[in-house]
Write a protein that binds this ligand. Sequence first.
Ligand SMILES: Nc1nc2c(ncn2[C@@H]2O[C@H](COP(=O)(O)OP(=O)(O)OP(=O)(O)O)[C@@H](O)[C@H]2O)c(=O)[nH]1
Ligand SMILES: [Zn+2]
Length: 216
Amino acid sequence: MTLSQPKSKDYNPALPRLISRSHPPVTEEEMHQAVRTLLLGLGEDPDREGLRDTPKRVVKALKFLTSGYHQSLDELLNGAVFHENTDEMVLVRDIDLFSSCEHHILPILGRAHVAYIPDGKVIGLSKIARICEMYGRRLQVQERLTAQIADALQGLLQPKGVAVVVEATHMCMVMRGVQKPGSWTVTSAVRGMFAEDAKTRQEFMSLIRHSATFQG
Ligand SMILES: Nc1nc2c(ncn2[C@@H]2O[C@H](COP(=O)(O)OP(=O)(O)OP(=O)(O)O)[C@@H](O)[C@H]2O)c(=O)[nH]1
Ligand SMILES: [Zn+2]
């Protein structure tokens, strides 16, 4: 049986604070011009054949990579929250995750492991991956991304506990800056039983233990 839809306006841990709410809208043409200016600033010729459509492509790509700002949990869930009498841990591990770091707008590539202990309600498994995707498609820091996934599940299901681990490599640390290709950042967010009970947390950690590699 499908439960009544949780309302994201009642609970929305990731209400995007988009500046467009208070500023006049920026037109598509202005965005293209901005990319053209960037290319000029880099010493490129934006009118050469290979770059002619690049401003359009960049804007389109960036819009896609930040499309999570325009999604809501209600829409994404599509009612897929069900009554189920179980209180055993549910874990979806190795969810590929792509995001963009808010400091450099460069990719964050990795994976998420998401677990919860139900308290009368379960969520469609694919929706867990969709929640990760929605928050990934925003400008992020990994810590906030991890917490937002945990808080979304906590708010939607009121489960006995939630645990999220994100393992990711940041292109801003690989391709530029400190240039450390082998580095992985691991962040976790634990709520309820996972925060309170070391045994439950250990069970989760042992279930996700493996070597972190990214296979793109
Ligand atoms: N905590 C956190 N930091 C991040 C994340 N993504 C990028 N950063 C860091 O944000 C910091 C920005 O530091 P700045 O000194 O302002 O920028 P920068 O000169 O480009 O820094 P470098 O990368 O050290 O060259 C860097 O240390 C990045 O590694 C993230 O998801 N979480
Ligand atoms: Zn960065």
